[in-house]
Every structure is written in C-alpha cells, then in structure tokens.
Design a protein around this ligand. Sequence first.
Ligand code: MGD
Ligand code: MGD
Ligand code: SF4
Ligand code: MO
Length: 885
Amino acid sequence: MSIETKTTCPYCGVGCGVIASVDDAGKVAVRGDPAHPANFGRLCSKGSALAETLDLDGRALYPQVRGERVTWDTALDMVAHTFAQTIATHGPDSVAFYVSGQLLTEDYYLANKLMKGFIGSGNIDTNSRLCMSSSVAGHRRAFGSDTVPGLYEDLELADLVVLVGSNLAWCHPVLYQRLAAAKAENPGMKVVVIDPRKTATSDIADLHLSVRPDGDVALFNGLLTYLADHGAIDRRFIADHANGFAEALAAARATSRQETLRLTGLAEEELDAFCEVFAASEKVVTCYSQGVNQSSIGTDKVNAIINCHLATGRIGRPGMGPFSLTGQPNAMGGREVGGLANMLAAHMSIEDAADRDRVKRFWCSPTIADRPGLKAVDMFRAVATGQIKALWIMSTNPVVSMPDADAVRDAIASCPFVVVSDIQEDTDTARLAHVLLPATGWGEKSGTVTNSERRISRQRAFLPGPGEARPDWWQIAEVGRRMGFSCFDHAAPASIFAEHAALSAFENDGRRDFDIGACAEMSPADYDCLQPFQWPRQKGRAMSETRFFADGRFYHPDGRARFIATSVAAPRRVSADFPLILNTGRVRDHWHTMTRTAKSARLSAHLAEPFAEIHPDDARSLGIQDADLVRLESATGAHVIVRALLTRRQGPGSVFVPMHWTDETAACARVDALVPGITDPISGQPASKHVAVVARRLEADRHGYVVSAMKPDAVDSAYWAVAKADGGWRTELAFEKAPATWETWCRKHFDLPGDAESLGYSDAVNGDARLAFFAGDRLLLALFAGCGPVAVSRSWAVAQLTEAHADTRTRFAVVAGRPGAGRPDPGATVCSCFSVGANQIVAATREGCRTVEAIGSTLSAGTNCGSCRAEIRRILDGCNAVAAE
Ligand SMILES: Nc1nc2c(c(=O)[nH]1)N[C@H]1C(S)=C(S)[C@@H](COP(=O)(O)OP(=O)(O)OC[C@H]3O[C@@H](n4cnc5c(=O)[nH]c(N)nc54)[C@H](O)[C@@H]3O)O[C@H]1N2
Ligand SMILES: Nc1nc2c(c(=O)[nH]1)N[C@H]1C(S)=C(S)[C@@H](COP(=O)(O)OP(=O)(O)OC[C@H]3O[C@@H](n4cnc5c(=O)[nH]c(N)nc54)[C@H](O)[C@@H]3O)O[C@H]1N2
Ligand code: SF4
Ligand SMILES: [Mo]
C-alpha cells in the first residue's frame, strides 16, 4: 500500500505537477501528474530525481544559536527581542529581511506584511532581484502593471517562437519538451534562439543568433526599424492602445544599420533572416530569461522586446506575446505578495499614497513603509557599512549567489545579528548565522506557488518535518507575535492564503491585474483540495483561463500601453587586464547552490565539477588544453579555479562558468566572487552575465581523483571538487605540491578505519600513484594520481565502490585503474534518468542506431524526461559525420 499526494515540483518556474507516493516502509517515489496543466505528466531530470534528495544528510534539525542547540522559545525570543531592540534604538530601517522566490506564497506574504506593515520599513528584498526584477520593471513601464500576459499554450500555438537569453532545454525543460513536441507536429513552426552561446536549446533552432553580449537592445531596435520600414506595423492597434511609438521608433532609428550589425555582432544575412521571419509571422511569442534580465541594461532589453510586440499588436491573443519566463518555483508568487523592496502587496505600489493607505487599512497595521527599501545589492552594502544591524535571510544562499560574493560574505560575517532560516545547516550562508532556524522543506510543508503562466498550484506535505524543523510561515508568525504585533495569529497556511486573496480583491474593482478574490473566503477544506488555476479569478465572475490585454486595455491610468525609447549601446567591460567576457548560468541537472540536487548521485553524474567553457582559439593562445585547470580572476580581486572544457559552442573572447559550485562542494569556485555589483539603474538587477576576467592555466604539480565510501573532510589541496556518487563520493584534486606520502594524506582527509588494508604503488619517475583501501571485500577509497589530469574512467571507478573485491585480482584491477575486459567504460553520463554514458551511445551507433528514437529503444536513454535528447542528438551528429567521411 502506498499513499499518494498531489503536489508541485519545488524547482523551476514551469511549475510541474508531481504525484508523490510513500509506501509502508516510508520510501518515496515521484512521478509527473498527468492531470496537471503545466506538464501533463512529464518531469525533467531534476523533477524525476526528487525522491533522491529527501535524506536527512546535513539537514538543520533544531534551532541553534552560534552553533549550540537551543529551544524554539529561546531562538524565537532572541530574534524578536533583538529586532525590536535594534528598531527601538536605530529605527526601522536598521533591520532587513532577504528572502526568496523559493518561499511559498504564504511564507512570503507574512514576511512582507511583517516588514512593510508592522516594522514599517521597505527593507525586504528577495533573490528575485537577481532574477526577475528587470522584467518586473519593464512590465510596469510598458503595461502599468507587472503582468505576464500569456499562457504556455501560446508556445504551442505560435508560428514563431523567439527565445532570447533563455536556455529553455536545460532551465525550463518541460516547457522545452512541449515546444519541441509542438514543432514536431507543426513543421511550419520556426524557432529562433538569441544567445551568445550555442546551447542545448539551440539544437531545435531554425536560426541561432550568436548575439554579442548585451547586444539585445540594438537587435530589437533594429527589428523595430525593419518592421516600420516594411509595413509590418499595426497602426490601428497603436492608435487605439499605446503611446510613445514615434519616440521609440526615433530612438531605434538613431542607430544606423552598420552600427546595429557592429553592436549585435551579427552578419547582415542573419539580421535580415530574423527580421523577415518576425515580420512575416503573425503568431510570435518572444520568451526571455536571464540573458535579458541579468544585465545593466536589462530593463531596456525587456522594453525593446515589448516594443516590437506592441508595434505589431501581437499581444494578448492566442499564440502571441512577450513572455518573461520565471526562474524559481514561486518567483511569480513573490511578485503577487510584493516581496521586492520597491513593491507593496497584491501588485500595489509603494510610491502611491492611496495604495499605502489601502494596504494599511486592510492589515489594520500601526504603520506602513512609506518608500521603497534597499534593493539586494544596496542592502548588503548597507550591511557592510553597519547601517543594517539585524538581518534575517530566508531560503536563499547569498554568500554564493549574490554578486561581489566575497564582500557579501564579509558583510554578513560583520553584521551584529544574522538569522538564517534554511533546511540545511552547513550552507555557505547558514554557517555565518547567529541564529539558525531549521525550516521544513519540500514534501514537509504546505502552501501555494505560482508558475510562469500565473498558475497557482498547491504544494502539499506528504512527510513529517524532521527533528524540530518548522515551516517558514510559522517562524515569521511567531516572531511577529513575540514582537508584540497582533494579526500574526494564523494557525495554518489556509488562512494566510485566504487573507492574501482578500487583499488582492480589496478596493480593486478591476484597477489591479492581480485579483484572486474568489479564494478570499476559502475554507481549509477547499484549500486542501485546491486545483491548479490561473489568475485572475475574481469573485463572482466565471472562471476564465486566458490572456491579459486581449481587450487592448492596459493598467496605466489612461488604460494605454507605453512604448519606451531605448537606445543604450552594449556596455564595454573588457580591458587589457581583463580581456575575456565571463558569462554565468546553469547546467541541466543542478539547482543553484546545489543544497538539494547535490544529494542525488544521478544528478551529480552529469557534470561533476565546476568548469569553464572556452573557445579552442582562446585556449590555444592562453596555452590551455582540454581538462587543464584554469584560474579566472576579475577586478573584484577574487579568483576561481575550474576545469577547462574546450568547445566551439562558446563564442571566442568569452567563457561560461556555472553558478552552482560553493565552498561546500569545491575549493574555490563561487563564481559570484568574480561578479562586481554592477546593476541596472532602473531594476537594480545585477549584470551577472557580462563580467571582465583574465584566465590562465593553473600549474599543478600533481592531479588526482578519489572515489571513497566516506565524504572527504577539509581538503587542503589547491583544487578539489566533491560530488555524490553511488555508494559514496568522488573527488577531483590538484596539488601545487604533491603530498609527501599519499597514505598519510588519505588518512588525514578521509575517515578511514585504522585497520583498513591498503594496496598500491607509486612511480617516483613519472609521478603516478595508485592507492586503494579495503575493509572486508569492500573498497573504501581508491586514489589515482599523476602529473597531468588523471585519465581513469570516472564511472568505472565509482562502480567499484558498490562491487565486491574479495580476491587480489580484482583488487589489483582497481589499483591499475582499468576496467577489466567485458566491463566497458560507459563514459560521461548523458542520460541521468537511466544512467547511460556517452560511450554506450557511441557503441550503439556502431550497432546501427542512427536516431535519438533508436537510441531510446536500445538503451532507454532520453525516453523518460527527455532532457538529454539534445545531447544524444549531438553525439549522433558527430558519429554520423564520422561515418559519412
Ligand atoms: N537546471 C536548472 N534549471 C533552472 C535553474 C537551475 O539552477 N538549474 N534555475 C531556475 C532559475 S531561478 C532561473 S532564473 C532560470 C534561468 O534560466 P535561463 O535564463 O534560461 O538560464 P541561464 O543559464 O541563467 O541563462 C540563459 C542564457 O543567457 C545567455 N546570455 C548571456 N548573456 C546574454 C546576452 O547578453 N544576451 C542574450 N540574448 N543571452 C545571453 C547565456 O549564454 C545562457 O545560455 O532557470 C531556472 N531553471
Ligand atoms: N553569477 C550568477 N549568479 C546568480 C545567477 C546567475 O545566473 N549567475 N542567478 C541568480 C538567480 S536568477 C537566482 S534565482 C539566484 C538563486 O540563488 P539562491 O537563492 O541563493 O540559491 P538556492 O541554492 O536556490 O538557495 C536556496 C536556499 O534555500 C534553502 N531552502 C530550500 N528549501 C527551503 C525552505 O523550504 N525553507 C527555507 N527556509 N530554506 C529552504 C536551500 O537549502 C538553499 O540554501 O542566484 C542568482 N545568482
Ligand atoms: S521542468 Fe523540471 S524542474 Fe521545472 S518544474 Fe518541471 S520537473 Fe520541476
Ligand atoms: Mo532565478
């Protein structure tokens, strides 16, 4: 017997429905919910691996003050008392909350209410500042409200889908699968990808534009000019519904065609091809994500895109519109509750006195923030200067994810009082907490999230919270109460949601887009069985799942949209000292700072080390070879050490480094330490994708690779990166100076039993060393070291941890580091659902498999979540090309 619970995936903004089942033994399994309208049963690799991330390893299980266990009463009283004291002495702006798009709406609503309505400061900001704020600012400028007009279905109905600065295949994989399926059904559909890198997403593109970093405003201005010159403007729509077209077009025209080509870095034919297909396709959806938002000109990029949709009247109708993709599971919910420092609640404006008065009356609050608070980058600067004296960080890991991350780390360390609410106790941020509050995580807590298409879905608990962990909303309500505020007496998320819904409808009368008044009187029982729905959902109106702006009415006071004149040139950051552009982002199988995905061996197998993708020409001029270690440094003075991956998918003059590795998982790979705190002047969003760096090869005296049953502890080598593996851990190593004896080094860093038997050899001449430790027939640790990057098969070595090694022959095979005959090396993992490696795929092509489908039926690879299909296709293309030679 197993019990099934319908809930929502806690990762990306696609917001897939998940069915979690728990069997009698407590074992959890997850599958896609066929009835959920976001995914119709599909899940990506991360969603499919959710059950592997629920262990208690590293979980925060009880409240701690400076690392010592305390009771909840002690911890909560200390938080309430210190915040109250600080406010009494230094005023409300001396405290701050830094929260997250991964809080549930109920948590988020209460945090915002406590800060803005009861403490009376705007100093609550969120990691969505690093993620969505340029889109929010762009929407508000264009529409008068932060409205995402479209639906996922529009991607399927479109004739042209333009993906700008979005690696949809890896970052919104289920939406990508929906798009790929629609394209397969409708061969006339075109996809254009605009990204300086060729990504997995580019594989379905009919046209890939390797735009120069930050060349997007020039590109969309070029498009606007083209549309005007080729009779593709909807004059009627503009006359009826929008202001400012002449100014926006004049600003676009100010850039000559030659200049546009220079600023975008595109060939004339590429620019023409894009403009032609855009002009010719009535049904166009333009999706955009962090390549647009995370820029010092991010808000202008958003408006340059929206301008083209307004100019053609392509908005609010089926199969068309600008579509900002939200990243986190509840980025959209955070915007609804007003979690950004410059928003109020329920899409009301902090600058508007009537809105402030309205929210204050609704909350019956003693005060209300009368101006925007500090945005994330400024907030941490204010922590550094001592202006902020008490800080509460919830559900985010800013020591890793904020720009100027070393300065942020130092600011937090110097702050007189820091509270961290997290599910894990050892994150780079949690380690700096004075008070650590253990939170219940996914599967243990209940509430709602809103996805990219404004669909509100329930997250439901199906496991008890471990230890003394408690939900975030409860922690906030307790602190509110202990600070002496009424109105924090909620007993469960249901009543918080109902209050949030009531506020959305309060004195609204159609003036605000966000209205879910129909849920204001929802009973706990209704909340329990709430089905996914899209907003708006006004009280007394029939439910409609539709687009905004279908009627041409916008939310500026005159009901008209605004064109925004955008004319900024791409910033130039590189210099003689820092000649390369660093671009940062995500990989397929990891989530942000990896506090959850790193628990899954399967997810960790895809890319097990921090890396920099470098164009082979750049690598050659820098004397860097594939698999060398590189040291990247920026003007912040910080550096990272990562593995070089040479690829022509990366443009010359730039490198790409993922944001995922932390001080928990690598020696020196927090890439945000390199990113300066340069922000968009309107949105305050950092420019995480355009950083000037210098690269050089790291000279290492010795390289190594270890598989071990136990996790390494405080490794002291110049480079290390540790990843979960089946049966233990895998650690990549490099030393500036080789340890005197490997046996001593292994015993120091791994908790090996004293009587473990060791077997090995060292070659003093070539520097090679092999060493293995066994207990009974189990391999505890195997080390492979050499003067260059170690060429032993990683997946084979990992497999040795779970095999029996009773006789000396197999033990010698381990030490030799060579797969025996009949045990071929599967190669680097491509399909994490079925653990299929690249070598297996290549071998299958030799058996006659020529298509992704054939690989699927032979090896199962690519048949579950499908996230690896692009990679399989790439391997096949390579093999087919070789076969054709
Ligand atoms: N696997 C995985 N999925 C995730 C996440 C994760 O951590 N892992 N995180 C989620 C979150 S919170 C977010 S915000 C989303 C982010 O989703 P995406 O925005 O799709 O992901 P990124 O990798 O940050 O960046 C997207 C692309 O922008 C490109 N880019 C860089 N500079 C420019 C430029 O100047 N112009 C253009 N046009 N493109 C540029 C980069 O090369 C990169 O390929 O992903 C969500 N989904
Ligand atoms: N260089 C660079 N930097 C970036 C980006 C980039 O592309 N490049 N992207 C930016 C973007 S878009 C984003 S969204 C951010 C993401 O950056 P972060 O928000 O810092 O990353 P996460 O690892 O998702 O952090 C979530 C934290 O919350 C904890 N947690 C999980 N569930 C719960 C819960 O229920 N309650 C509580 N209290 N804690 C919980 C996790 O253990 C983890 O420590 O990074 C930003 N930083
Ligand atoms: S696409 Fe993947 S990560 Fe995103 S919500 Fe769906 S299953 Fe979760
Ligand atoms: Mo994000």
